[in-house]
Design a protein around this ligand. Structure first.
Ligand code: GUN
Ligand code: ZN
Length: 440
């Protein structure tokens, strides 16, 4: 058995915080010990207590004065868009047609998909993200590369081969039958292999014909435990075009509802401009609205009403994500900094406890995976991030005057990025120190 004892300040949420004063919502241990046995958290508590329980001669790693949290979770990003980041476009549809679709065509080549997969997981680890839900391209080769690399690194990952059969270049189209057959093959090859979860992934209603949506509906019926991921209500031109393509539907959300795609494992990227009716439908089904703040600002898509959706009589479940490459940073810290600013512009407050809840337990709950990830509970996977709030000279200077945990968390969110990630553990194994330096 491999046993490791980590020492540092431990922080883990028990539930969503009600306010910045809600100290019951989290567990915080200033001199903490975390015992890991064969990739699983065996115990967490004061260092003295845990050390007393640990076997003689246990391998100890001292992370003081840093914070040890559950690994960060990214609920929505695009594996084939690493080289799309920073593409100059006026809006979503122009960005997709000009840069994104041509780039995704390259993933038909397995060599290319495998090379990008290596970079993809390197970036997740560099930024402290231990679980993510990603879209691959339409090509099965891309899903194979994505899941094979996850197995190699023993990471818990959600992902899916995109289904799309219209309104895109020929090299990026499947057919209803191909999309169905290849998704089934990806499920057979990868679901449950290592720590992988395959998601049914129709890109969005614009790129799927009604026939393909029927095939998606069939998959959702056959595999009711799988996640479903797609895009919803991101941009006004997108919404208008979508509703023209499905004139029988009441609104954008109703299109997905008609194909049985609304449920507690349905992850809807963006969902910025929902009507009350749509928010009710999301709430009643338990579907998740996945907020992608850097992307929404970068593409000018709109200001996601996170607080307003969360406090409705019928609240909408919410996740947070980078949306690489519409999003502009792999960092969940940068992501929550932009989420904070969006709420500021809407006259709302997103407090630092909210942010760290969303990045960890909140996203784990939104993925229905809180029994495995998102906390420091015994028996769950030892996927962890170690954060250093004094990682840069400017951060260290500000840390001189920081007095409370929430001030420190806010500093990390406001000024932090991959430099603030001192280490990333995947199933108990330190992964960040092993990454090769980026080429000069
Ligand atoms: N809608 C459909 N596809 C995409 C995509 O790749 N990125 C974003 N941001 N929105 C989409
Ligand atoms: Zn997306």
């Amino acid at each position: 058995m491999t046993t490791t004892l980590l020492r540092g300040r431990l922080l883990s949420f028990r539930r969503a915080p009600l306010s910045l004063a809600d100290s019951e919502s989290y567990f915080y241990e200033t001199d903490g010990g975390l015992l890991i046995e064969d990739g699983i958290i065996a115990a967490a508590g004061t260092y003295a207590d845990i050390k007393a329980k640990a076997p003689e001669g246990v391998n100890e790693v001292d992370h003081r004065p840093h914070l040890i949290l559950p690994g960060l979770i990214d609920m929505h990003l695009h594996f084939p868009q690493m080289q799309v980041i920073a593409s100059y476009a006026a809006n979503l549809l122009e960005w997709l047609n000009t840069y994104t679709f041509p780039e995704e065509c390259r993933f038909v080549e397995s060599d290319h998909a495998e090379r990008i997969a290596t970079h993809f997981y390197d970036e997740l680890i560099r930024h402290g993200t231990t679980t993510a839900a990603a879209y691959c391209s339409v090509h099965k080769t891309s899903a194979d590369a994505y899941f094979a690399e996850a197995v190699r690194r023993n990471m818990r990952m959600v992902g899916g081969k995109v289904m799309m059969d219209r309104n895109a270049p020929q090299g990026l189209l499947d057919t209803p039958q191909m999309g169905y057959d290849e998704t089934r093959q990806v499920i057979a090859d990868w679901h449950g292999k290592g720590r992988n979860h395959v998601a049914i992934t129709p890109r969005f209603a614009i790129t799927s014909t009604p026939k393909q949506m029927e095939a998606t509906a069939a998959l959702a019926r056959e595999f009711p435990d799988l996640h479903i991921q797609t895009h919803l209500s991101e941009n006004h031109d997108e919404i208008k075009f979508t509703c023209e393509l499905y004139p029988e539907a009441t609104d954008y959300t109703d299109i997905y509802a008609r194909y049985g795609l609304l449920g507690p494992k349905s992850l809807f990227g963006h969902a910025i401009h929902l009507s009350d009716r749509e928010a009710d439908a999301m709430s009643e089904s338990g579907a998740i609205a996945v907020h992608c703040p850097t992307s929404n600002l970068f593409l000018g898509s709109g200001l996601f009403p996170l607080k307003a959706l969360a406090r409705r009589d019928k609240p909408v479940r919410i996740g947070v994500a980078t949306d690489i490459g519409g999003g502009s940073s792999y960092s969940m810290l940068r992501t929550m900094d932009e989420a904070y600013k969006i709420q500021q512009l809407l006259g709302e407050r997103l407090n630092p406890l909210d942010s760290y809840y969303y990045m960890t337990l909140g996203n784990a709950e939104a993925l229905s995976l809180a029994d495995r990830i998102g906390t420091l509970e015994s028996g769950t996977d030892a996927d962890l991030v170690v954060l250093n709030a004094a990682a840069t000279p400017a951060m260290a200077l500000k840390m001189d005057v920081v007095k409370t945990l929430s001030e420190e968390l806010f500093l990390l969110q406001t000024m932090g990025d991959d430099r603030a990630v001192a280490e990333t553990y995947v199933a108990g194994v330190a992964m960040k120190a092993k990454l090769s330096e980026p080429a000069a």
